[in-house]
Design a protein around this ligand. Structure first.
Ligand code: GDP
Length: 295
């Protein structure tokens, strides 16, 4: 993950590290290299520029030039800014309710169904909750079957109405049913398409209005770079979601989505998915991610 970005940042710091004395010129060229590394990682130019402007502001003057180890101080400044860019503090995820309703949205193939299973598994095994998974993708019987299989694997019940072609009513029925089944958190996996389209958005928005979820998680494939950011914008405009889930971080992703999404939609990343197994899920900690990027 982020290997290329990591290498480029490391090389950017090289001309500062291990040097007792550095010049304004060293600092300026490091900052330029950092900006290039971010743009190469698919961070939008405007975000990369604003980011390096902040670094320059913090690093100029005597502070870095006179530091005992200027390289280390510069790494610290960049780490703090990367942390800020990705949201600063760990985001709150609220799964308490009676029942709590969590809506999962995103494009087809982004990893929604896999994530729904992982989230149910996490809430059951780590938080002691009793989840009910709801298959609200009425267009693809394969998606319902996929959720059913995942549910079986993790020992979580899955609510399916194979004959019902109305996603809103499936979601409402599942919530009504949850009490008698003693479930306190409902995870609704919705239909996605290959690209943003009006029918999909209307349907998810209708489900949102009907079930009033306390969390709406937008799931996005981190491999899709700036497209991920544009998709996030479109979903946020319609759904005003509460958090982002970045998937496929185990792949050869460049980092642009992780670094740009918070800035672009002002919604925090709450989870990252890094594999196909049901336990390949992590809560997102901006500082830890910044540390990993810096190696
Ligand atoms: P959906 O169409 O949004 O429901 O997407 P799926 O959950 O069906 O996932 C699409 C494909 O991506 C499947 O082959 C999943 O196994 C795979 N996938 C999902 N999440 C991850 C992940 O975090 N890492 C990897 N490597 N593959 C994933």
């Amino acid at each position: 993950m982020f290997n290329n970005l990591q290498d480029k940042l490391e090389s950017a710091f090289k001309n500062l590290k291990g040097q007792a004395r550095i010049t304004e010129l060293n600092v300026a060229s490091t900052i330029k290299e950092i900006r290039r590394a971010l743009v190469d990682a698919d961070v939008n130019y405007k975000i990369a520029k604003e980011f390096t402007d902040k670094i320059r502001e913090k690093a100029t003057g005597e502070k870095v030039l006179n530091a005992i180890s200027p390289g280390q101080l510069m790494v610290k400044i960049v780490k703090d800014e990367l942390t800020e860019l990705m949201g600063g503090e760990e985001a709150v995820f609220n799964a308490k309710g009676n029942p709590a309703v969590i809506l999962i949205a995103g494009l087809q193939g982004s990893g929604k169904t896999t994530f729904s299973g992982k989230l149910a598994n996490y809430l059951k095994s780590k938080k002691g909750l009793s989840p009910l998974l709801v298959a609200a993708d009425i267009y693809r019987p394969a998606a319902m079957e996929q959720l059913r299989v995942l549910g079986e694997q993790i020992g979580v019940e899955v609510y399916i109405e194979p004959e019902n072609k109305d996603a809103v009513s499936i979601a409402k029925n599942a919530i009504a049913e949850s009490k008698s089944r003693n479930k306190n958190v409902i995870i609704i996996d919705t239909a996605g398409r290959l690209a943003v389209d009006e029918q999909m958005m209307t349907e998810v928005a209708d489900i949102k209005n009907a079930v009033n979820p306390q969390e709406i998680l937008f799931v996005v494939d981190s491999m899709t770079g700036q497209d991920a950011v544009n998709t996030a914008k479109a979903f946020n405009e319609r759904l005003d979601f509460s958090g982002v889930v970045l998937t496929k971080l185990d792949g050869d992703t460049r980092g642009g989505a992780a670094l740009s999404i918070k800035y672009t939609v002002n919604k925090p990343i709450k989870f990252v998915s890094n594999g196909e197994k049901m336990d390949a899920l992590d809560v997102f900690y901006p500082e830890r991610m910044a540390q990993r990027i810096l190696g």
